[in-house]
Design a protein around this ligand. Structure first.
Ligand SMILES: *Cc1c(COP(=O)(O)O)cnc(C)c1O
Length: 639
């Protein structure tokens, strides 16, 4: 709660602190003096700041409705160059003799626009791609033109997959087959002989190192992917027998995504280096050490080892990796390998923001009550009134218990016909009046009784928002992932309401009631009061990774509109790409409806209504137009 004095002195810096934007924003987001959220795509030049409310006006002028997924292309470019520059700088500092190659794992955001921009901009750094399936490989082959960039093939490989990879190798693509299972080797060797193309082979190992976080099972002995040490040795033996040990050039592991603790990163590198050294000792050519993904995003800005944070900077991540590789391999006089990382989340998370408007609010407010019960009111009503009258800061718990007891009693009496509908309604009203007064008192208490702790949160406002959690923020629903969420404007005013968010799916899971907080997790978000006839916009930040294709069509709310901007050094922005979201006809056809047939069927129904004289032929025209417009329209709430 904000104290009254503080309300009067509220500044945009207070807003920045409240939403912690300067800590999770990684230099890309801030608040302007006007109180609007701005994008600062060049963290070294904060003078270039694009006001998100201006972007929204531009989007609306172009005929796009909320919700909109906004991509800021400069941020994607900046994340790629920061990764490479940081590795390069640390390698120089520590006198590392090898190089760094980044690859982007397509599964993190497969959208064509995203992968295309990564390969286009990434060419400067020989940034490659990682494919985990046949479809991803086929996408990668059309986009990756840089012969110095790596194409890492993880995932299960059938003959078609292997053949495509071999053809790519022949055309000069640096395409590595990473063995996920021992059986894949036989297929690769067989096809390689048939086609006469020598493959580049890597092995994925299971590490015994376990990392904290949601995706723990990716690493460790129980991991479903990767080879055990025994299987790695078998691979070496098979390759030796075939005289193809020189094909084995890469060691790969993936500890899991979003590794919050730098200790786990370091332990994994150390273990992998031992295996790498072992393979070199076995006579394998090697040369590449691929550390998979895992570089975390500090979603709450707390810089801790909490699941949605990370307790290290990119500098520390790079330095720790390089340092560990050097100390381990130098001891064995092994040449420094090319270091590859498959950073997906950290590369794309920052550059997308989900923008939406608030449609409505419901508030729990103490209902007005008469001063005294009517003379002939039932005893239960009189009892509830008495609870109201004796309520004070000294007996909150007692009054809370009594109010619940009498409210339940009133419901029972109503069921048995001893209270009228109006009497029951009055009982509920008094109950809410009491509860809301208790909640208000609780906020100012130092020591809150256990039962009453949840009351202020439970009675927070509900802001109804124009988006679908299932479509746009699936991880918030599925794994309780936290994203930074905040108002995009009015930040020069104190946000005086406490709220949770509900989406428009009408599903009880279609809500957000966990928010980032420096000291853990909050159950409510501070928001401003809605103003009549004025839109109120919120943004969900850092949504570029994993959210787009994991989303589903719950309640047939489809893909949102997507708009990409690019900011010039001078601070102007241009709309570089637009992608119209799904229409109603689109989402219906995904579930096998045929919009053309639907129109015909509906026309027959309307024609029958004309024959039955329920509507005129003119009305039929209007109704058909409304139906056809509906099919063409956006699946979200349109103003
Ligand atoms: C998912 C995945 C990644 C990406 O991980 P991030 O944590 O997003 O960087 C990289 N490599 C493999 C093999 C993966 O499965």
């Amino acid at each position: 709660m904000i104290k009254k004095q503080a309300l009067e002195r509220w500044t945009v810096q207070d807003a920045a602190d409240m939403y912690n934007i300067q800590n999770w924003g990684a230099g890309y987001f801030d608040i302007s003096a006007k109180g609007n959220v701005v994008v600062t795509p060049f963290p070294d030049n904060k003078n270039v700041a694009v006001d998100l409310t201006e972007v929204i006006s531009g989007i609306k002028d172009r005929g796009y409705e909320m919700p909109v997924l906004l991509r800021i292309e400069n941020i994607l470019d900046s994340q790629i160059s920061t990764l490479h520059e940081t590795f390069r700088e640390k390698m120089r500092e520590l006198e590392y003799k090898g190089e760094f190659r980044g690859v982007y794992p397509i599964k993190v955001n497969q959208q064509q626009q995203v992968v295309e921009e990564i390969t286009r901009f990434g060419e400067h750094y020989h940034h490659g791609l990682e494919a985990g399936s046949k479809a991803e490989l086929i996408a990668a082959l059309s986009l990756l033109k840089d012969k110095k960039a790596c194409l890492i093939c993880n995932g299960y490989k059938d003959e078609e997959f292997v053949d495509l990879g071999l053809y790519a190798t022949k055309m000069g693509v640096k395409c590595f087959f990473v063995l996920e299972m021992p059986s894949e080797l036989g297929l690769i060797l067989k096809r390689s002989k048939v086609l006469g193309i020598k493959p580049l082979i890597g092995v994925r190992i299971k590490l015994s190192t376990q990392a904290g976080g949601h995706w723990t099972d990716s690493g460790g002995d129980r991991s479903i992917f990767g080879l055990s040490t025994t299987q790695v040795v078998e691979v070496v033996d098979t390759l030796k027998e075939q005289g193809m040990l020189d094909c084995l050039q890469l060691l790969h592991y993936h500890l899991g995504s979003q590794i919050p603790n730098i200790r786990d990163v370091r332990f994994a590198v150390l273990e992998a280096c031992r295996v790498y050294a072992g393979l070199v000792a076995e006579g394998a050519l090697m040369g590449y050490l691929d550390m998979g993904g895992g570089l975390a995003v500090d979603y709450d800005g707390s810089h801790t080892n909490f699941t949605n944070s990370r307790n290290y900077s990119l500098d520390e991540y790079c330095a720790d990796i390089i340092d560990t590789v050097m100390t381990t391999l130098d001891d064995n006089q092994i040449a420094h390998p090319v270091i590859i990382t498959e950073s997906g989340r950290a590369t794309v998370a920052y550059y997308s923001v989900l923008l939406f408007n608030v449609l409505d609010v419901s508030r729990f407010e103490a209902p007005e009550l008469p001063a005294t019960p009517e003379k002939d009111a039932p005893e239960i009503i009189a009892n509830l009134f008495e609870v109201r009258d004796v309520l004070s800061v000294k007996n909150l718990q007692e009054c809370y218990n009594d109010a619940i007891y009498y409210r339940d009693e009133a419901r029972q009496m109503f069921k048995h016909g001893h209270l009228t509908l109006r009497q029951r309604s009055l009982a509920e009203k008094i109950f809410w009046h009491v509860i809301l007064r208790i909640a208000k008192e609780v906020r100012s208490l130092k020591h809150v009784p256990h039962d009453l702790k949840h009351l202020p949160d439970a009675l927070a406002d509900i802001y109804y928002c124009n988006f679908s959690v299932f479509q746009s923020l699936p991880d918030a629903w599925a794994i309780d992932h936290l994203f930074p969420i905040m108002p995009l404007h009015r930040l020069d005013e104190p946000p005086v309401r406490q709220a949770t968010l509900a989406d428009i799916t009408c599903d009880c899971d279609g809500k957000i009631d966990r928010f980032i907080d420096i000291h853990g997790v909050r159950n409510t978000l501070s928001l401003h009061e809605l103003r009549p006839d004025e839109e109120y916009y919120l943004g969900v930040f850092l949504v570029g990774a994993y959210q787009e294709t994991l989303g589903d069509l719950h309640n047939l709310l489809g893909d949102t509109n997507v708009v990409s901007i690019r900011v010039s050094e001078g601070g102007d922005f241009t709309f570089v790409r637009e992608l119209e979201g799904d229409s109603v006809a689109d989402v219906l056809s995904y579930v096998e409806y045929e919009p053309k047939t639907m129109l015909e069927d509906f026309r027959k129904i309307a024609e029958q209504a004309v024959r039955d004289k329920r509507i005129t032929p003119q009305e039929r025209g209007q109704i058909m137009k409304a139906y056809a417009d509906g099919l063409r329209g956006y699946t979200y709430f349109e103003r």
